[in-house]
Write a protein that binds this ligand. Structure first.
Ligand SMILES: *Cc1c(COP(=O)(O)O)cnc(C)c1O
Length: 483
């Protein structure tokens, strides 16, 4: 006999409670966004104390939403990097379009299932549309396709797994993958997760502009073949996270055809510049790739958690991932009705297509094109300012919206120290945030303009703060002490 219990307290909110909850959240979100331009760029003091205070056992009893909202906005959110800020020019900025947050509210609240086509054909089609748009943008032919991932790292993993399946035998340990010394580390991580030993990833040197050196790659491929290895994949970066360099895509595409290697282009940072004329010119040849990583949470300004893998031949992506199960419906016969669970490792997932579809439908691609064109112009403004200051050296010209520079000094080690010092002085002013990178043994400061909130005013502030830091002497060696 089952025990008779009173019914559990309901988890369903009343209509009034739902409206009130969203209203209260909005009462916090709106001022948070309004304050972004004035909020500090970074805050770490007290972070350890904060996280210790946040640790707690699972609560047995509930607390009020109002109190928890207060905790989130007053205690949790203020720490760390202010990645949503207009002045955020560190790493690769994202943004966080509000439209996408509303799309998530809708898809999460309605909670339809997009892992298999039959469960939500309409939502799956919206995501398929988005993938189709991206394939067209890349210049891929009919028969191409892909899926939205949580980010560029998972897209790179999908590419490595597909290349492995398509170009290597089941015993693939003799396979070799080629990347430049400036590749994003997610590619090496993908290779490891895909089962390759670390030495299977061959690091090819870069040229003076930090682009993969094609002659060195050819030599490595030839040497590996002679030694009994199987060259299987080349990953080109378009552009690199460190300096924005775009590897020589057409020459790499030629080599991959000649050698029968899978050609993947990691365009997580640079890919959406394909919307612009200048970007198309600089990324020419990308349509010859077998697969491309794009990151809508970078170049389309979406919230973190939105990446994308597109492949020239969808059948190869599917072949690498598809498995059937007795508890799932049979795959759709219509080749245009995709089961996303056949294209990647995930079965259950969020309906992330709507997050991309809604802002693109509401604004049209033209608005994104204009925003990206503005970022290209703004990076050029920064580059011009650096060229005009003889104390500084523009080490990496902006190929897109990312550039790198350092303090000029005859002694490179002293130059590194002074460049770090300059970064500290600029970042201390809390209006913009720059991060550095160590490349070819030198320390470089980077500026990446990619937030939809970054406009001319922020770039003017960046240059002002650079000048102020230099006026403070941040770029000069300290005078010998009087003592
Ligand atoms: C950001 C980036 C990645 C990693 O993407 P995530 O979305 O952070 O997982 C990979 N490659 C390049 C070139 C990137 O800029």
């Amino acid at each position: 006999m089952p025990v008779r219990r009173p019914p559990p307290p309901s988890l369903e909110l009343s209509e009034a409670e739902m409206r009130e909850m969203v209203g209260r959240a909005m009462d916090r979100i709106v001022p948070f966004i309004a304050e972004l331009p004035r909020a500090p760029m970074h805050r770490m003091d007290g972070a350890h104390k904060l996280v210790r205070a946040l640790r707690e056992p699972m609560p047995e009893r509930g607390a009020s939403f109002r109190r928890l909202l207060g905790q989130l906005f007053e205690r949790v959110l203020p720490f760390g990097l202010n990645t949503a800020s207009p002045g955020y020019t560190a790493y690769i900025p994202g943004g966080g379009l509000f439209h996408a947050a509303v799309a998530d509210l809708i898809t999460d609240a309605t909670n339809r299932y997009v892992g298999i086509w039959q469960a939500a054909p309409g939502l799956v089609q919206l995501e398929t549309n988005v993938i189709r748009w991206f394939c067209d943008l890349a210049g891929f032919p009919a028969g191409s396709g892909g899926l939205l991932t949580t980010g560029g790292s998972l897209a790179n993993l999908g590419a490595v797994v597909t290349a492995r399946h398509d170009r290597l035998p089941p015993d693939f340990l003799k396979g070799r993958l080629y990347v430049s010394a400036a590749v994003h580390h997610s590619v090496q991580k993908a290779a490891r997760v895909a089962g390759f030993p670390d030495e299977a990833v061959r690091i090819v040197p870069v040229d003076s502009r930090f682009r993969l050196d094609v002659a060195a790659l050819e030599a490595a491929v030839t040497a590996d073949r002679a030694a009994g290895f199987v060259p299987a994949m080349v990953v080109a970066s378009a552009g690199t996270t460190a300096t924005g360099a775009i590897d020589p895509i057409p020459a790499l595409a030629d080599l991959c055809v000649r050698e029968g290697m899978w050609f993947h282009v990691d365009a997580a940072y640079g890919g959406f510049f394909l919307l612009t004329e200048r970007g198309r010119a600089r990324l020419a040849g990308i349509e010859r790739a077998d697969s491309i990583t794009l990151d809508p949470h970078k170049g389309l300004f979406l919230p973190y958690g939105t990446g994308c893998l597109v492949v020239r031949d969808l059948a190869r992506l599917r072949a690498a991932h598809q498995l059937s199960a007795s508890y799932l419906p049979h795959a759709e016969a219509d080749p245009d009705c995709w089961d996303f669970s056949d294209l990647g490792p995930e079965l259950s997932r969020d309906a992330r297509g709507v997050r991309v579809w809604l802002p693109l439908k509401m604004h049209g691609a033209g608005v994104f094109r204009a925003q990206l064109d503005e970022k290209l112009d703004l990076a050029e403004v920064v580059a011009e300012a650096i060229r005009a200051r003889p104390e500084l050296e523009l080490v990496a010209e902006p190929e897109l919206s990312l550039l790198a520079f350092r303090v000029r000094h005859p002694d490179p080690t002293e130059g590194d120290g002074l460049t770090r010092q300059l970064a500290t002085h600029i970042n201390r002013r809390q209006r913009v945030l720059l991060t550095g990178v160590e490349l070819s043994g030198r320390y470089l400061l980077r500026v990446c303009v990619l937030s939809f909130r970054t406009h001319a005013a922020e770039i003017a502030a960046l240059i002002e703060d650079l000048d102020a830091a230099m006026a403070d002497g941040a770029h000069r060696l300290p005078r010998p002490s009087a003592r």
